[in-house]
Design a protein around this ligand. Structure first.
Ligand code: B1M
Length: 240
């Protein structure tokens, strides 16, 4: 019988054998390569080593995605590869979700959150939703590519304390103003706290579109949201 030696294409790692620094670095590479199973495994290993969900999220996943973003911007990675990376990240986030959420104690309020029309980025929005759940909010995630009508329908249906809008593109972020202007026109703007976020936004933009607050990341949203709801219920001025 003809026997051939099977030579693996690449050196194979046993993730559990790596120390923390090497494992995190390997996870950045695995995220880059869109290897969902490895990301799921790496996430579990770090948690078993008593890393907090928050630390795994930020140091292993979000940092890995930042590297992906740089090469996407520079034309080294393309949409299919970034989709694979996003899919791998979601595998890790699925494990972290309940852990991030269980830090919350009692329900504080309700939030409707969605990405604006023309924009299909949802990883950051999903994180904000998770962290808000962790802060004790009931979160209604209406997904991506939301028109004014979609937001209004959700507001009508869920009667939340907060409307959250996310945008990752400079071309879609102005749509937040379209939604807020329509809320003003319909006389419902003051019925809700409006939070906005997304990588291309900043505080000035948040003010310019008439939002109550801009949040730079999910952790800040989880801090700001409960405080704003409490303040509003006390009859105070809503501000971040
Ligand atoms: Co897109 N993409 N993408 N993309 N993508 C960016 C955003 C980009 C910066 C990449 C780059 O050029 N460096 C660039 C935008 C440039 C610009 O507008 N100036 C870009 C582009 C150009 C595009 C396309 C146009 C590419 C093309 O087709 N030629 C296209 C647009 C599609 C569309 O939306 N119509 C596109 C497509 C895609 C994929 C589908 C391949 C994929 C999305 C997959 C998915 O989301 N399911 C994708 C990805 C993954 C990215 C990058 C690489 C990563 C985004 C991400 O998930 N970051 C991104 C580059 C980058 O940002 N580094 C890029 C991780 C996430 C945790 O961070 O989303 O910022 P982020 O969320 C943070 C905060 O911003 C904040 O909290 C989050 C967590 O802390 N936050 C909020 C977000 N929403 C919030 C709401 C809040 C509060 C805080 O309150 C309500």
């Amino acid at each position: 019988m003809d026997t051939k030696e099977i030579v693996p294409d690449e050196e194979e790692f046993i993730l559990a054998d790596l120390n923390n620094d090497d494992l995190v670095e390997q996870m950045h590479e695995d995220l880059y390569d869109g290897l969902r199973e490895e990301i799921v495994e790496g996430t579990s290993i770090l948690l078993e080593r008593n890393w907090s969900a928050d630390r795994v999220l930020n140091e292993a996943l979000v940092e890995g995605m930042r590297i992906v973003g740089v090469d996407f911007r520079d034309g080294i990675l393309f949409v299919p590869e970034v989709l694979l990376a996003a899919n791998a990240m979601k595998g890790g986030m699925a494990i972290l979700r309940p852990l991030l959420a269980e830090t919350g104690v009692k329900p504080i309020g309700k939030m409707v959150i969605g990405t604006v029309k023309g924009d299909i980025h949802d990883i950051g929005k999903n994180l904000v939703g998770m962290m808000l759940e962790g802060s004790g909010f009931e979160v209604f995630d209406i997904g991506i590519n939301n028109s004014v009508e979609d937001y209004f329908e959700a507001l009508e249906k869920h009667r939340p304390d907060i409307l959250g809008m996310s945008a990752l593109l400079t071309t879609t972020m102005p749509y937040m103003k379209v939604v807020i202007d329509e809320m003003v026109k319909q006389g419902i703007r003051d019925d809700y706290i409006v939070l906005v976020g997304g990588a291309p936004l900043n505080e000035e933009f948040g003010r310019a579109v008439g939002a109550d607050a801009y949040c730079r990341d999910a952790a800040q949203a989880a801090d700001v949201a409960p405080e704003m709801v409490r303040s509003r219920r006390r009859g105070g001025v809503v501000s971040a």
